[in-house]
Design a protein around this ligand. Structure first.
Ligand SMILES: Cc1cc2nc3c(=O)[nH]c(=O)nc-3n(C[C@H](O)[C@H](O)[C@H](O)COP(=O)(O)OP(=O)(O)OC[C@H]3O[C@@H](n4cnc5c(N)ncnc54)[C@H](O)[C@@H]3O)c2cc1C
Length: 456
């Protein structure tokens, strides 16, 4: 691992018999996890006991049954794999600063993966305050190929400004090491939470139980790897045609990336291998690399340096606010309430299909996500209302919702990381999309049929 991924938050003298705790939060995986690798190596070097802890938060903001079930399917799998690897692992339940600090004796070492969004950053800070002067704390940036603070020290203007920086640093952070064998003391830990019957456990949580799990996505690393292999074997060669909503040629790995069940570096290695094997050409490789590396890490850059990433007033550029202000009072032929939008009761079959896709599958085709969000702008009373509705639906139904990509992509519809376009009614200089464009470019019947098929 490139040691620049490591940030020592606090250093204190270890006690004689210290243990190492890795609080696994963002990176819910064993493979390609720099923080876990580091923790194992440190434990092996010092002969200390390693404990990996995953803490379940009773009601994570905006997370519902669908999100919890998917995440816990992954954690259940981790539980088995850690057991096979003889690495002590347990799940705890409660607020992380309380549960994690309870496991730390003075002089133990705490390792954790880095967070980028507000809430997980706040938890880390609260925990740091609690254990001030008590434990060495080491934070490792493992969710990104290039650590967020090293890619750039400021909020970037767009893909074109961050791309050269990321490309330049790619080789430096192309730093995967194989998982070391844990050689320290082993004792099986008792979890606070029984994960054998996920359904029974999730039903006890004080969360929205109405958004149910989807049969199209099962959580966990094994499932992610299978999707990656299917993508490489059958879909990746057609990736440059991915805009057609009826075609399913993308990886569908975003939910797995969101929960850290797979690393983007592992995906990049897989596409590099596919290119070397002649399964995809250079242009296709570049297309996938751009999304999974540049666009994704641009999204993390945005939320990391703009912690008001989820507020209408601070999510986009001044030119975009100006144009919205100028067009606020434009006549809007169609206005739909939040409920009508959510219930897919509009005059537009493509919007309705997109809304159904997200509700039934927990996912939506990328091109339709753009169209869907643009229609909400067109049909809402104000831009702020449209923004809030979009974010609400995005984070409620998508398995990949509540992600840096969610906030950045929704803001993109309002000009963030985009440019000014020709002025028109309602949208002003914001990019516009319409149904005629969809029909001109794509065989939309195929998309409608696809969505009908998943509703059955
Ligand atoms: C209105 C709107 C809302 C969106 N909401 C989300 C969201 O909540 N969560 C989310 O992860 N993505 C979101 N996206 C971005 C994008 O649509 C999804 O990441 C992508 O469709 C996921 O499908 P995939 O995994 O098959 O992508 P692939 O095309 O296979 O790409 C692989 C990975 O690259 C990254 N990626 C792909 N496209 C983009 C993009 N345009 N911007 C940034 N990263 C990208 C993702 O991590 C993705 O999983 C949104 C886009 C729009 C326009």
């Amino acid at each position: 691992m490139n040691t620049s991924r490591i940030k020592v938050i606090q250093e204190v003298t270890n006690n004689d018999q210290y243990k190492i705790i890795y609080w696994m939060q963002s990176a819910q995986r064993i493979q390609y996890n720099h923080a876990l690798n580091y923790a194992i190596k440190l434990a092996n070097k010092s002969g200390s006991e390693l404990q990996v802890i995953f803490n379940i938060i009773p009601s994570y903001k905006d997370a519902n049954r669908r999100h919890y079930m998917f995440m816990l399917e992954g954690i259940k799998e981790l539980n088995h794999t850690f057991l096979e690897l003889n690495i002590p692992f347990k799940t705890t339940f409660g607020l992380p600063d309380e549960t994690i600090s309870k496991h730390l004796n003075t002089g133990d070492i705490l390792i954790l993966d880095k967070a980028y969004l507000k809430q997980p950053r706040q938890w880390r800070n609260t925990l740091y305050q609690r254990i001030k002067g008590k434990n060495t704390i080491i934070e490792i940036d493992t969710e990104l190929i290039v650590p967020v603070e090293l890619a750039s020290s400021k909020m970037e203007y767009g893909a074109y400004t961050i791309r050269p920086k990321l490309h330049k640093l790619f080789d430096t952070f192309n730093d995967h090491d194989v998982l070391p064998t844990y050689a320290g003391p082993y004792q099986k830990l008792t979890s606070d939470v029984e994960l054998n019957d996920l359904n029974a456990f999730v039903e006890t949580l004080p969360i929205d139980q109405s958004v149910i799990e989807t049969s199209l996505f099962k959580g966990g690393y094994q499932e992610a790897i299978q999707r990656l292999q299917t993508f490489i074997q059958f879909k990746a060669k057609d990736y440059l045609e991915r805009n057609a909503p009826g075609e399913q040629v993308t990886s569908t790995l975003s939910p797995y990336l969101h929960f850290g069940q797979i690393s983007s570096l592992e995906i990049v290695h897989a596409i590099q291998h596919a290119k070397e094997e002649g399964m995809i050409n250079q242009e296709t490789f570049d297309g996938i690399f751009e999304q999974v590396f540049v666009r994704r890490e641009l999204a993390f850059n945005f939320v990391y340096y703009n912690q008001n990433y989820d507020q209408f007033e601070s999510m986009t550029e001044s030119w975009a606010y100006k144009t919205m202000e100028e067009h606020q009072d434009d006549y809007r032929p169609f206005i739909y309430s939040k409920d009508s939008l959510e219930e897919a009761r509009t005059h537009d079959p493509y919007f309705n299909a997109a809304m159904d896709e997200m509700k039934f599958s927990g996912y939506m085709h990328n091109y339709m996500r753009m169209y869907w969000a643009k229609k909400i702008i067109e049909w809402s009373n104000s831009y702020k209302e449209a923004y809030e509705t979009t974010l609400y639906l995005n984070n409620k139904y998508f398995l990949d919702g509540r992600d840096p990509n969610s906030y950045t992509s929704v803001a993109w519809n309002y000009g963030r990381h985009d440019r000014a376009w020709n002025e028109r009614m309602i949208f002003g200089k914001l990019r516009y999309m319409n149904d005629k464009g969809l029909e001109r470019k794509f065989e939309m019947k195929k998309y409608i049929n696809y969505v009908e098929s998943i509703k059955k």
